[in-house]
Ligand binder design. Structure first.
Ligand code: SDX
Length: 435
């Protein structure tokens, strides 16, 4: 209720204090314990932030038990069904769906900002051909601030919005450039006459540095539709590890390009955005349906470091609504591309074996967004080491939206967690001869 509080009593000292319970539009009540240390001289301990709200946000809401995902209140299923990715990016950034005129202007601005500075393009020449695309993405995005230092006044809302839109526009160009560099093909410039997803596929796969849409190499609209869907599903997800990294970096006043580069670095980990690449590597390791029982047993064995990549989620404990949508699209894409769907059959076998297994049922481990996305990316001829880059392109919309939301609130404090110190007590220095 409006005035409910959380009463915390220290049974040792007998001191107690009441903390207001904040209620949001949806979701759990949140105890405002900011004065806890002052009142009761103690901290809370919550590694991984399992039960800790780091901020208030209006952008995305997840109900992990019901498998609900809302972007600015709209169910992900409805947006995935009807929108183009840039429409969803606009929604996340501005809080409302764009009108036709607003979307036209936004798409024009995104296309206009897709080009990168020729000097930035030369950065790629410094990487070895076999550099991981995520390594290139982190480096190049972090360097963008060197090209826009006249636009880094983070107190100016117009400059903030321009920086955010600039990154959404340039991410596909930088991503495609990292791929072209790794395969030794000429860089392909973005085009004003292509949609966001068409442009990306053209920059990735054009047979020359000019034009991919020639007589026998057109961009299949069904594949563009599948990519658009994947980008929408990956656009945002509350305070996940990479978004929290962007917010923490942003709380220091760092420029938005540095903040997003920090988010890209955090996303790279196999427990987070790197899971889609890890799923494909895991399926390759399992190799055949006959080996599935052996690997399910390995995943359950705590002495074995093997985990079922693409399974489990910190928040979703029944199903990841994104995985449900992607699984359906898998069938469509594989039938369209006539790709060898042995991989999909193997993924289905792993999924079915895990969903029937008591260990996974008891621990509420279900397929997450990453379990099937890699199979679609593979069917789109996206190389495995580009999968997390794909995630980063989409999540840039979420990262910049959270950065904008945080920067709009001048009361945002610098993030600075406390700790429980378990190191040695104070001791005096011993010179070398006396140790
Ligand atoms: C993403 O936060 C987000 O929203 C992320 C994301 C987004 O859109 O931003 O949704 C994207 O990162 C999806 C998750 C991708 N990662 C993976 O698929 C990697 C495999 N999954 C696990 O690493 C794990 O499930 C996490 C990291 C996703 C969640 O970890 P938690 O919530 O910290 O759970 P946990 O590691 O404490 O595991 C709880 C139990 C453990 O067993 P016990 O110690 O209790 O006996 O479940 C087991 C774990 O061993 N477990 C698994 C498992 N995941 C958890 N066992 C086998 N295989 C797994 N995948």
């Amino acid at each position: 209720m409006a005035n409910d509080t959380l009463l915390i009593k220290h049974t040792g000292t007998g001191k107690q204090a009441e903390y207001p319970l904040l209620t949001g539009t949806l979701g759990a009540e949140t105890a405002d314990i900011r004065s806890l240390y002052k009142d009761l001289d103690c901290f809370t301990y919550d590694p991984g932030f399992m039960a800790t709200a780091s901020c208030k946000s209006k952008i995305t809401y997840i109900d992990g038990d019901k498998g609900v995902l809302l972007y600015r209140g709209y169910p992900i299923e409805q947006l995935a069904e009807s929108c183009e990715f840039t429409e969803v990016a606009y929604l996340l950034m501005n809080g409302e769906l764009p009108s036709e005129a607003q979307l036209l202007d936004f798409n024009l601005e995104i296309s206009d900002r897709a080009i990168i500075h020729e000097s930035l393009r030369k950065f790629f020449d410094g990487f070895h051909y076999d550099a991981h695309p995520m390594a290139m993405l982190v480096g190049v995005v972090g360097s963008l601030s060197a090209f826009y230092h006249s636009e880094l006044n983070i107190k100016d809302p117009d400059q903030r919005m321009r920086s955010a839109t600039r990154m959404i526009g340039k991410m596909p160009t930088i991503a495609a450039a990292s791929f072209r560099h790794s395969v030794g093909r000429p860089f392909v410039y973005p085009r004003m006459d292509l949609s966001y997803c068409e442009n990306f596929l053209n920059m990735m796969f054009s047979r020359s540095s000019q034009n991919y849409i020639d007589q026998d190499h057109y961009i299949d609209p069904d594949l563009v539709k599948a990519l658009n869907l994947l980008f929408i599903l990956h656009a945002d997800h509350e305070q996940n590890a990479s978004t929290s990294t962007v917010r923490l970096a942003g709380s220091t006043g760092a420029n938005p390009y540095a903040c997003v580069a920090a988010g890209i670095a955090a996303l790279w980990g196999p427990a987070h955005g790197g899971a889609n690449e890890a799923v494909l590597n895991m399926l390759a390791e399992i190799g055949s349906v006959e080996n599935v029982p052996k690997y399910i047993a390995k995943a359950k064995d705590h002495n074995d470091p093997f985990r079922l990549m693409g399974f489990g989620h910190r928040v979703y404990k029944n199903f990841d609504p994104r995985a449900t949508i992607i699984r359906k699209t898998c069938h469509e894409v594989l039938s369209k591309t006539h790709k060898n769907d042995a991989l999909f059959e193997l993924a289905l076998a792993v999924e079915q074996a895990a969903l029937k297994d008591d260990y996974f049922i008891e621990k509420k481990l279900y397929p997450n967004v990453d379990f099937y996305s890699g199979i679609i990316y593979k069917a789109l001829n996206i190389p495995v080491d580009m999968f997390t880059v794909m995630f980063a392109i989409a999540r840039t919309a979420g990262w910049v939206s959270h950065w904008l939301e945080m920067m709009e609130d001048p009361s945002t404090p610098i993030g600075r967690p406390r700790q429980l110190y378990v190191g040695p007590p104070r001791r005096d220095f011993l010179p070398l001869g006396n140790r």
